[in-house]
Design a protein around this ligand. Structure first.
Ligand code: BGC
Length: 369
């Protein structure tokens, strides 16, 4: 016996299915009229990550607390227009070169390349229009992953080579946001890709992060000058406020008179990870007592920038109208050392034609007691 389904019902059912699988919506339009999409990834446990094609921004990331209640733990904006304002780089993909390049220039193969000075005398996060401000081409996966691609043309922001970049975000059933970065070039170039999410494990806009406990798998860090450019020294963290080899509250030593803390206005430093080769290994762990949320950061990168939102000053009102005050979030940006193109002794950030750049970073969420 065949059951006849009335045609109007078929239409409704088709629309519903289309809607479920599409998991995207228009987030807004750029000033030049380009459409920006927002993709939502969901895993089997109900965790959610919303990612924008503008800047590859992680707009929201909802993970459970110890009672199983989902909370959005990254800073950002409800309205796309927020992302067009001068950048704190909330949630964005950063390139071509994450962090600073001194005096906005570097020399490669005997040629000097000049970049934009967008941070005093230096280049920060790729220049005036870095990867955080471009529109990425999106290819959704199975509802739990999203592939973003971008072709950065030879000479863009002053960098050599046509650079073809692919970033894949995956939200695993283990409550991990995994980011895979791949790139190839047709000319020798330098690059340092990262993601600039601002985390507050108590929930975005829920006060400062000073009581969060941090562990960093780093014996050394790169001290900076007053422009936050590494001096070249690799300094031991031993006996300093930079020693997070055992868990410490982020705020415990942030007011110290240590010269480096003063220069950074808090923590804004590159930590050199203890690791054996390029394998994915644990770089950092952060716990927040009230929510019970735990974040572990694993990476194949040699270093991590720990930044405590020192430049946030309460003027930004983010999602749900929350005021983002000083130190209301922390960033753990997996990366190569800042200003590496000007420091031959640092691990190289060069990419040559024929080679493939590939790095992986995992933000793993769980809950503890
Ligand atoms: C830098 C900070 C900077 C912030 C941008 C971080 O990666 O280390 O110095 O202010 O990005 O908002």
């Amino acid at each position: 016996m065949t059951t006849r389904i009335p045609i109007p019902l078929i239409i409704v059912l088709t629309l519903m299915t289309t809607n479920c699988s599409s998991n995207s919506r228009e987030f807004g339009k750029t000033p030049s009229g380009e459409s920006v999409e927002l993709y939502t990834l969901k895993n089997a446990k109900g965790a959610e990550a919303a990612i924008s094609t503008y800047g590859g921004v992680v707009v929201s990331l909802k993970v459970p607390d110890r009672a199983g209640v989902l909370g959005d733990i990254v800073l950002g904006f409800d309205d796309f227009k927020g992302y067009l304002l001068p950048p704190p780089y909330f949630g964005a993909l950063i390139g071509r070169y994450g962090n600073r390049i001194a005096h906005a220039k570097f020399t490669l193969d005997g040629v000097e390349y000049k970049l934009a000075k967008n941070d005093g005398d230096n280049t920060l996060h790729g220049g005036t229009r870095g990867f955080d401000k471009v529109i990425w081409k999106a290819k959704p996966g199975d509802g739990q992953s999203l592939e973003l691609t971008y072709l950065s043309k030879d000479g863009e922001e002053g960098f050599p080579g046509n650079l073809s970049v692919t970033v894949v975000y995956s939200l695993t059933d283990n409550n991990e946001l995994k980011i895979d970065y791949t790139a190839t070039t047709d000319k020798n170039t330098v690059l340092n890709l990262t993601n600039h999410s601002y985390f507050n494990l108590a929930g975005q806009g829920e006060g400062d992060i000073l009581a969060h406990q941090l562990t960093l798998n780093a014996d050394r860090y790169t001290p900076v000058d007053k422009g936050l450019i590494p001096t070249g020294e690799l300094r031991s963290v031993d006996g300093t406020p930079f020693d997070f080899r055992q868990p410490h509250a982020i705020g415990e030593r942030i007011g110290s008179s240590d010269e480096q803390i003063v220069l950074g206005g808090g923590y804004d430093h590159n930590f050199i990870l203890n690791r054996a080769g390029d394998v994915l290994s644990l770089a950092a762990k952060v716990t927040e007592a009230k929510s019970g949320r735990v974040l572990e950061v694993l990476t194949t990168e040699p270093a991590i920038q720990f930044y405590t939102g020192n430049f946030l000053d309460g003027t930004i009102h983010g999602k749900g109208g929350k005021v983002y005050g000083r130190r209301s979030a922390f960033c753990l940006e997996t990366q190569h050392y800042p200003d590496s193109p000007n420091h031959p002794a640092f691990p190289s950030t060069e990419l040559k034609p024929g080679a493939t750049y590939h790095t992986t970073t995992v933000f793993r969420f769980s809950t503890g007691s």
